[in-house]
Write a protein that binds this ligand. Structure first.
Ligand code: FAD
Ligand code: NAP
Length: 312
């Protein structure tokens, strides 16, 4: 039986692997369905990890993480996990090839992904002017004009954040009413650099070899078309968490989750099921940053070491 199974090999999973193996756990396996590294490997520029002064691609940034873990004995199994089940006082990790692996404790770090709008040009310019993360990429648009798509708390809050960096923020939302909280909306309305465009949809994200240059917008009431020039567009229309491994055959989740399917954890990344930890973007209130996911992974691994020590 494994001492620890880690599911997901992004920043949270790899960091958990490092701390668990260096912390003395034996038989630690990280199950990752693809190449380790996680979401950030799809980013062309990463410049906000403390201590890393050089701007690197997400892929280059993550490469040393796995090498470092493997040096301390972390094993990587390239496999998709279907679910984690409880069995007596341990866990069973069910793989997509039907194999079942038993483990004393489990850290689930399967992350998630930002929702895409599907508008024309979004895929073409993703990472070249289209972004899903203002904290990550806002600084690249210092003193430039950007747009934000969405009408929830994330879109409105991030518009306020971007207004501190950019020269203008156009907030585009498909309805006149916003899901964002009235207080947040009021703050955005009081911000001179934010222009609201509602009810508008994006017909096309336009650009050239250098990236995004503008947007073709449609007024959804009047059906009129308007074009605006922007250097970047932030698509902030929600986030999908990869929580399928938590789901049991009867449709319930193995541990407590909130209405968005995010796992409810405490400050030690413990779920309400002893021995089961969740780290990174899958947990409640995740700041969705590499540094935070890595910290979660380390915290969860320390918790797993403590758990195993007390359940010998
Ligand atoms: P993830 O990175 O999502 O990793 C989860 C891993 O689990 C994946 O490798 C996945 O393949 C694997 N997995 C999922 N399901 C299964 C399964 N069933 N079985 C096996 N494996 C599974 N953050 C920053 O700090 N700075 C930035 O500049 C920045 N830029 C970003 C740019 C982009 C385009 C994106 C998408 C995100 C960016 N982020 C940035 C956010 C950052 O990437 C995430 O917050 C971070 O990767 C979350 O780490 P994680 O380990 O929780 O999850
Ligand atoms: P959200 O509340 O689901 O809002 C998504 C927004 O994007 C909605 O306005 C939606 O429009 C729009 N949208 C969805 N798909 C679209 C598409 N294809 N094209 C154009 N627009 C589209 O998501 P969120 O803002 O990420 O927030 C998620 C949850 O986290 C919410 O409960 C939110 O309150 C919470 N949150 C809280 C805080 C905070 O408390 N400080 C901060 C951030 C997030 P419609 O409105 O028309 O559906």
């Amino acid at each position: 039986m494994l001492e620890l199974a880690i599911i997901g090999g992004g920043p949270a999973g790899l960091s958990a692997g490092l701390y668990a193996t260096r912390g003395g756990l034996k038989e630690v396996v990280m199950f990752e369905k693809g190449m380790p590294g996680g979401q950030i490997t799809s980013s062309s520029e990463m410049e906000n990890y403390p201590g890393v002064a050089e701007v690197k691609s997400g892929f280059d940034f993550m490469m040393p993480w796995q090498e470092q873990c493997f040096r301390f004995g972390l094993k990587h199994e390239m496999a998709e996990v279907v679910r984690v089940k409880r069995k007596e006082n341990h866990f069973v990790v069910v793989l997509s090839n039907q194999k079942e692996v038993e483990a004393k404790s489990v850290i689930v770090a399967t992350g998630g992904s930002p929702k895409r709008s599907g508008v024309k040009g979004e895929d073409v310019y993703w990472g070249k002017g289209v972004s899903s993360c203002a904290t990550c990429d806002g600084f690249f648009y210092k003193n430039k004009e950007v747009a934000v798509l969405g009408g929830g708390d994330t879109a409105v809050e991030e518009s306020i954040y971007l207004a501190k960096i950019c020269s203008k923020v156009t907030l585009i939302h498909r309805r006149n009413a916003f899901r964002a909280s009235p207080v947040t909306l009021e703050r955005a309305k009081n911000e001179a650099k934010i222009e609201f465009l509602t009810p508008y949809g994006i017909e096309e994200i336009c650009g050239n070899d250098s990236g995004v240059t503008g947007l073709k917008l449609k007024n959804l009431e009047e059906e009129t078309i308007k074009e605006i020039k922007v250097d970047g567009i932030f698509v902030l229309i929600g986030f999908n968490v990869n929580n399928s491994v938590l789901m049991q055959e009867d449709g319930s989740a193995i541990c407590a989750t909130n209405e968005y399917g995010q796992a409810i954890v405490n400050l030690k990344m413990e779920t309400n099921i002893p021995g089961l930890f969740v780290a990174g973007d899958l947990r409640i209130d995740a700041p969705k940053q590499v540094v935070c996911a890595a910290a979660d992974g380390a915290t969860a691994a320390l918790g797993a070491i403590e758990y195993i020590e007390h359940h010998k």
